[in-house]
Design a protein around this ligand. Structure first.
Ligand SMILES: [Zn+2]
Length: 344
């Protein structure tokens, strides 16, 4: 290593963002200058501009949603992960593969993504513990029905752990759709790839050289593997539309989502009434219509559905006004008509 060129350090570009839909690892904000659009090059989801963000600000939007990869001191962190990969490759008996896996999980700073065929309770437990602080997403197939039930029913114990489960014993026609790829990615800086599943037997077999775990430490290669093996399946299973409107203040998944209580609704209305008085002060009608072009449009069924949905996840009346381009008064009226808030 005596000929190591420190300039290499300047070229080190850690992953910057994750796509909201497919979780693809991105090295720059998904903004396409030629197309004049914000679009994920992996899943194709479009980020449509709103009052809050223009196309150019898609990076800011992703940061706000917690999707910019935050790594403290990436060089030190990279060194630590590289050490795990190095020791694992040496196949020392004092450093069993399971230890490498636990160390890697423990070291993660921002995210872990994985696809596996089988999952053991102890590795699941390690992931659950780590998910108290960082986001972990995985696709796990060949899961026994009892275990699948356990994972689904107790997901509140580790809310940042999201596992898409393919149960054992699915009807045969579904087998084709079951992912068989095996990959574990830590912060986009270290990946384990190969035959071993996330089970003790898989990782212990590999210690005996019977099962092969390959470590990948080249960040470009990791992103490519991840975006080819994990992201397409994650996008397919995702409930996110193919268009994402970049609104601010929509509660993040990490915040508990609950319908607003009466106590919370009342001050909102008071606040809106006072801000609506300002609307009366619009210098002219055009300014009002420019801000709320839909104010006098009829409500479609889809509008009503979206209104209910956004209101139930805690969006405030003035935010709904911007979303629907209808003035707060009209929003409040519709919420009353739909019995979402009490008449006063
Ligand atoms: Zn994507």
């Amino acid at each position: 290593m005596s000929n190591f060129d420190i300039i290499t350090l300047l070229n080190f570009t850690p992953p910057r963002f994750l796509c909201e839909k497919c979780q693809a690892i991105l090295f720059k904000a998904p903004y396409d200058l030629k197309e004049e659009a914000a679009k994920c090059s992996v899943c194709g989801v479009r980020y449509t501009p709103t009052e809050n963000y223009t196309f150019h600000q898609v990076g800011n939007y992703l940061s706000k949603k917690g999707l910019s990869v935050k790594i403290e001191n990436p060089i030190e962190h990279g060194k630590k992960l590289a050490g795990i990969a190095y020791r694992l490759s040496k196949a020392e008996s004092s450093y069993p593969p399971m230890k490498a896996l636990f160390e890697a999980i423990d070291s993660a700073q921002h995210f872990i993504h994985f696809t596996t065929y089988g999952l053991s309770y102890s590795i699941y437990g390690a992931l659950k513990l780590k998910a108290q602080s960082i986001s972990i997403k995985g696709i796990a197939s060949n899961i026994q029905p009892d275990f699948a039930k356990e994972i689904r029913e107790h997901n509140k114990e580790a809310e940042k752990l999201e596992i898409q489960i393919f149960e054992q014993g699915l009807p045969s026609k579904d087998w084709e759709s079951i992912p068989h790829q095996k990959l574990i990615v830590i912060d986009g800086l270290l990946a384990f790839k190969g035959a071993a599943n996330m089970t003790e037997s898989g990782w212990r077999k590999s210690a005996n050289g019977r099962d092969l775990i390959e470590t990948v430490t080249n960040v470009q290669k990791i992103a490519k593997l991840h975006n080819n093996l994990f992201s397409p399946i994650w996008a397919q299973l995702s409930k996110t539309d193919n268009e994402i409107s970049m609104y601010e203040k929509i509660p993040l998944a990490s915040n508990p989502i609950k319908p607003p209580s009466k106590v919370e609704v009342t001050p909102t209305i008071v606040e809106i009434q006072s801000s609506e008085n300002l609307n009366n002060g619009y210098k002219n009608w055009n300014a009002f219509l420019q801000k709320y072009p839909n104010a006098y449009e009829p409500w479609s069924e889809a509008d009503d559905k979206l209104l209910k949905e956004k209101y139930m996840i805690g969006m405030k009346v003035n935010e709904l006004a911007l979303l629907f381009k209808r003035n707060p008064g009209k929003i409040r009226l519709r919420l009353k008509e739909k019995k979402l808030i009490k008449k006063k």
